[in-house]
Design a protein around this ligand. Structure first.
Ligand code: G16
Length: 543
């Protein structure tokens, strides 16, 4: 075994987006492409002697090859130890959990999350810091600057290690420990939730269906829901991670989790349905013939949090991303705790969680989590819901309907225009920004604009400022339209339009969502000139 220094030249565009660097697999397969990025991460970290790194991914195509490369580079960089998930598999929340539990310097997650996989699909890489959370912008920006200047990387010529067998081995002076992908994570879940109560619920005939979408959460859900909580075999469907996710889009929303939606819509549907995404950090919650929006899910969990043992002491605060509905803010107000509004991206919750300002966090993009780790967490959300259902004896629909009665309903929907010409999308946003200054007080349909701006966030902990985080048009009655461009796509641009209307009157709590939002949808299309700029009459995905 020896360590080689390899000459390289920089690749353009290695700037991490909302959540790490995501590109087509073919881009990552170019010689030196992955190596350049990994060396840039390591150079940004500096001396790693004596330090531990956590490594794993969602099992998508190129995962194993990338794991072997990164192990050889970590050995060349002088890490003392790498904890790598068996088979190269670790969900994003598991990486966060393992970093924290083992006091690692950080971790590398290989995933493009909900983006499709396979040779023609997407791949991604993300660095998480010692608190277990995604690196903040100061770090990702430093990594990017390094990728622009890189001229060489270092790598051991050691042979591939056996990722299937748990246990320790060595590359150069570095210890590599292949760990059980599920064990640490499952142990943490047992500390947070009332497993006995959930076991009793399931033993009493309560039926559930969890869709692993052939992605990383399957093994976690099998081990915990079927193995530890006694759900009958087969309760977890699409449980085996596949390199191409079975050809599907591992995005747990009503459009992409069509099989689960059909199961939950049947007359003999289970009592509870849920799905997670490629890397296991997202969740979708369903009742029988009833789906829960991610924004409502956060609000309901917050309102009942003290029913779960891990949250008995109450919540310190609730944080949501700006485009997420304001339903959770109403709960925070009722509980007398602070509500925080951050830009899109889980990394913005890290400081609030570390500083003890927030306990629960959530995003409209099917992400929910808490201070137990520093990532959003799909299986955690499922267990939280099961804990609430067991503790209250109520159905999913009853819990949500009662929540609306108490707090009012925030009708909510996101319209995505995917694969739009990047130039046109940027022009659309620029033209919206120009209009902002004159919008206040304008009549739009039956609405009057209270204010319109481009969301800017000042982190209350470190004072860092993030600008241009989404154009929002807020009406005098609190209804809102938000426009932003996705930071996770790999083809062209994706325009996201977020629509929210508040309805206090229970008599109007059961309208079809798109109908309830129709006047706002029309305003959004007109104000932004969506059809003119994008050539699209309708969104590609509506959630
Ligand atoms: C990532 C981020 C989330 C964000 C989502 C969508 O999730 O961690 O914070 O809400 O992308 O971002 P965008 O609207 O920029 O596409 P994931 O699950 O893809 O890692």
């Amino acid at each position: 075994m020896s360590i080689n220094t390899v000459s390289t030249t920089s690749f353009p565009g290695q700037r991490p987006g909302t959540s790490g660097l995501r590109k087509k697999v073919s881009v990552f397969q170019q010689p030196h492409y992955l190596e350049n990025f990994v060396q840039s991460v390591f150079d940004t970290l500096g001396d790693c002697a004596g330090k531990t790194l956590v490594l794993g991914g969602d099992g998508r195509f190129h995962n194993r090859a990338a794991v072997q490369t990164i192990l050889r580079m970590a050995a060349a960089h002088g890490f003392a130890r790498v904890l790598v998930g068996q088979g190269g598999i670790l969900s994003t929340p598991a990486v966060s959990c393992v970093i924290r539990k083992h006091g690692a310097l950080g971790g590398i997650v290989l995933s493009a999350s909900h983006n499709p996989g396979g040779p023609d699909g997407d791949f991604g890489i993300k660095y998480n810091i010692s608190n277990g959370g995604p690196a903040p912008e100061s770090v990702t920006e430093a990594v990017y600057q390094r990728t622009e200047a890189i001229t060489e990387y270092r790598i051991s010529d050691a042979a591939d290690i056996d990722l299937q067998k748990t246990g320790a081995t060595r590359i150069e002076a570095m210890e590599v420990e292949v760990i059980d992908s599920v064990a640490d994570y499952a142990e943490l879940m047992q500390q947070l939730f009332d497993f006995d109560a959930i076991r009793k619920l399931i033993a009493g005939g309560f039926r559930l269906c969890f869709d692993g979408m052939h992605a990383v959460s399957g093994p976690y859900a099998k081990a915990i829901l079927e193995g530890q909580l006694g759900a009958p075999a087969g309760s977890v469907i699409n449980a085996v991670p596949l390199e191409d996710f079975g050809g599907h889009h591992p995005d747990p929303n009503p459009v992409n989790a069509a099989q689960l939606i059909a199961i939950m819509a049947a007359d003999d549907a289970p009592d509870f349905g849920a799905a997670s995404d490629g890397d296991g950090d997202r969740n979708m919650i369903l009742g029988r013939k009833f789906d829960v929006t991610p924004s409502d899910s956060l609000a309901v969990l917050a309102a009942h949090a003290t029913l779960a043992p891990g949250y008995r002491a109450g919540l310190k605060g609730i944080a949501r991303s700006m485009p997420t509905s304001q339903a959770a803010d109403r709960v925070a107000q009722a509980l007398g705790i602070p509500a925080y509004e951050t830009p899109t991206g889980w990394k913005f919750f890290g400081n609030l969680l570390d500083a003890g300002k927030a306990t629960l966090c959530g995003e409209e993009s099917y992400g929910t989590g808490s201070d137990h780790i520093r990532e959003k967490d799909g299986v955690w959300a499922v267990l939280f819901w099961l804990n609430l259902l067991a503790a209250t004896g109520k159905s999913v629909e009853a819990l949500v309907s009662e929540h609306w009665q108490r707090f009012g309903r925030n009708y909510y929907s996101r319209h995505d225009y995917e694969g739009v010409d990047t130039h046109a999308a940027n022009e659309l946003m620029a033209s919206l920004r120009i209009k902002l200054a004159t919008m206040k007080g304008q009549d739009l349909g039956h609405y009057v604009v209270d204010f319109a701006d481009d969301f800017e966030y000042t982190d209350p902990v470190d004072g860092s400022v993030s600008q241009q985080q989404g154009v929002r048009i807020v009406m005098t009655n609190g209804s809102r339209i938000v426009f932003r461009l996705s930071g996770t796509g790999t083809e062209g641009a994706t325009l996201r339009v977020y629509l929210e209307r508040y309805e206090a009157d229970p008599e109007f709590h059961h309208l079809p969502t798109q109908q309830a939002l129709y006047p706002l949808i029309l305003i959004a299309e007109q104000v932004a000139g969506i059809a003119d700029w994008t050539g699209r009459a309708h969104p590609t995905v509506t959630t």
